[in-house]
Design a binder for this molecule. Structure first.
Ligand SMILES: C[S@@+](CC[C@H](N)C(=O)[O-])C[C@H]1O[C@@H](n2cnc3c(N)ncnc32)[C@H](O)[C@@H]1O
Length: 204
C-alpha cells in the first residue's frame, strides 16, 4: 500500500489527457475485465449525479473506493467538494499514480479496498460522512461482497454507502446482506446506462 497526499490548488485536475485516461482504462480492462467492470471511465453526467447525492449527504470526509482514472473524483471536485475531504482508494498502481498527479489535495491510497481498516488513516475511522463505491460488486461471490460491506461498516459505521452500477435491479442481494437499499439516481448518459444505489444496514 502506498499513500500520497498531494498539496496544491484545488480543482487543478492536471495529469493525463482524457484520451490517455481512456486508453489506460481500456488497457486495464483488457488485463482484468472483472476488476475494472467497464471498458470506459464513468461519464461526467453520472459523476454529476453522484456529486449531487454526496453534496446533499452528511458533512465530513468522503471515501471513494475504486477511483480508476478519477472520473467520479473529478465530478465531486467540480461539484464544489473540497479536495481535503476526499480520500480515494485504487488497487492499480498506475491509476493511483495518475490520481495523485491529477488531484492536488486529495489523499490517494494505492491498496485493496477489502483492507480498508488497515490502509485508511485511523484518524478517519468513524468520521466519514459518505462512501462511494465504484468497484464492480455484482459478479463477486456473496462472501466477498459481505466482507467489503463489513469493511465499510467498520470504518464508517451507520453511514452506508453509494454504489453505481449498470444493473437494472440491485447489484447486491439486499436481504441476503441484511441491507436496506434504494436507487437514488439513474442516467442513460453513461456507457452503459447507470444507476446509483444507496445501501445501509437494515435497522441502522
Ligand atoms: C468500474 S471502475 C470505476 C473507475 C472510476 N471510478 C470511474 O467511475 O470511471 C472500477 C475501479 O475499481 C478498481 N478496483 C477493483 N478492485 C479494487 C479493490 N479491491 N480495491 C481498490 N480498487 C479496486 C479498479 O481498478 C477500477 O479502477
Amino acid at each position: 500500500m502506498t499513500q500520497a497526499h498531494a498539496e496544491g490548488a484545488p480543482g487543478a485536475h492536471s495529469g493525463l489527457s482524457a484520451a490517455a485516461r481512456g486508453w489506460l482504462f481500456f488497457r486495464r480492462w483488457l488485463a482484468n475485465p472483472l476488476e475494472m467492470g467497464s471498458i470506459v471511465p464513468s461519464s461526467p453526467v453520472l459523476g454529476r449525479k453522484i456529486a449531487e447525492v454526496v453534496r446533499a449527504g452528511p458533512p465530513g470526509p468522503i471515501l471513494e473506493l475504486g477511483a480508476g482514472t478519477g472520473a467520479i473524483t473529478r465530478a465531486l471536485l467540480d461539484g464544489g467538494i473540497s479536495p481535503w475531504r476526499l480520500t480515494v482508494i485504487e488497487i492499480v498502481p498506475e491509476m493511483a499514480e495518475v490520481l495523485s498527479r491529477s488531484f492536488p489535495g486529495v489523499t490517494v491510497i494505492c491498496g485493496d479496498a477489502w483492507n480498508l481498516s488497515d490502509i485508511l488513516d485511523p484518524a478517519l475511522h468513524g468520521t466519514i460522512g459518505s462512501v462511494v463505491c465504484g468497484i464492480p460488486l455484482v459478479l463477486l461471490p456473496r462472501e466477498k461482497q459481505a466482507s467489503l460491506i463489513e469493511a465499510i461498516e467498520t470504518v464508517a459505521p451507520g453511514q452506508g454507502f453509494l454504489h453505481y452500477t449498470y444493473c437494472i435491479t440491485s447489484p447486491l442481494p439486499i436481504r441476503v446482506h441484511g441491507l436496506q437499499g434504494r436507487r437514488v439516481a439513474w442516467t442513460p448518459l453513461n456507457i452503459p446506462p447507470a444507476s446509483v444505489w444507496h445501501y445501509r444496514r437494515a435497522g441502522a
